[in-house]
Write a protein that binds this ligand. Structure first.
Ligand SMILES: Nc1ncnc2c1ncn2[C@@H]1O[C@H](COP(=O)(O)OP(=O)(O)OP(=O)(O)O)[C@@H](O)[C@H]1O
Ligand SMILES: [Mg+2]
Length: 248
């Protein structure tokens, strides 16, 4: 038998994933792979199943069927936990801890965390290390949550709508920090409703609608689906098309 050459292991994998919440079919057979160094954007309307996919990769909820893996490990395993970081759509951390204390606490969960100063720099938190989380503005809180996602020096970042509520400058700042993370060798799964964000950051976009992948490709390939009218029109065209197929 020929010996296969070394194959880079996917950073994250969803294979034939379904997820039912009672009668609600949130995911209906999703295949999604994130290769090393990739930033994959998951787009889709409210209720499409994006957060459900992220929660499965985080081991927070089990899939109903299919296989999910992080660097080949079960999402709920210690190995997977040590190699990923996440910023969730709805995240709560204690208001009465200081920025520094949050980062030190989270860093202690990991085997090879980033040095504190590097986390502060990578999240744009210089100067507010000693502030109470509860005293921070919305944008500053988002930056702390990003710091908690990267402080463990993970190979995979799962970012669920990380730029909601940020002003333009703060959003661009986070884009820069995400790009820097990818430049250092990290891989990212990002969900967003901002199509310009997916266009600016992603090397691959997966559009999800009603629990299925409706389209997948580079931003340029996805845009072509909208007769080159831009990503937003392509997105709407894909939604319309995949919903019609659903009805048929
Ligand atoms: N814990 C839960 N129990 C029951 N139904 C749920 C639960 N979590 C999600 N759902 C349902 O599953 C479907 C997918 O939800 P999900 O949160 O994954 O969507 P989403 O794509 O992240 O949407 P949004 O863009 O609004 O964040 C929705 O119909 C939602 O109501
Ligand atoms: Mg969501």
């Amino acid at each position: 038998m020929p010996v296969a050459g070394p194959v880079a292991q996917p950073v994250a994998e969803l294979r034939g994933i379904t997820k039912n919440y009672g009668a609600i079919a949130a995911l209906r057979g999703i295949h999604l792979t994130i290769e090393p160094g990739e930033l994959v954007a998951l787009l889709g309307p409210n209720g499409a199943g994006k957060t459900t996919a992220v929660r499965i990769l985080l081991g927070l909820t089990p899939a109903t069927s299919g296989r999910a893996a992080i660097f080949g490990h079960h999402p709920a395993s210690r190995e997977a936990r040590l190699r990923r970081g996440a910023q969730l759509q709805v995240a709560k951390v204690p208001e009465t801890l200081r920025v520094r204390e949050h980062i030190e606490l989270f860093s202690s969960y990991y085997e090879n965390p980033l040095p504190f100063a590097e986390t502060i720099a990578a999240a744009g938190l210089k100067g507010i290390e000693n502030r109470l989380f509860g005293d921070l503005s919305g944008g500053q809180r988002q930056r702390v949550l990003f710091a908690l996602a990267i402080c463990g020096n993970p190979g995979l970042l799962l970012l669920d709508e990380p730029t909601v509520g940020l002003d333009v400058e703060a959003r661009r700042g986070l884009w820069t920090r995400i790009r820097e993370y990818v430049a250092r060798g990290g891989s990212v799964l990002l969900t967003t409703h901002y199509l310009d964000e997916a266009d600016a950051l992603a090397n691959r976009i997966a559009v999800i609608n009603q629990g299925r992948i409706a389209a997948e490709g580079t931003p340029a390939e996805i845009k072509e689906r909208g007769a080159a009218a831009g990503l937003e029109d392509a997105f709407l065209a894909i939604m319309k098309e995949s919903s019609l197929q659903e009805v048929a």
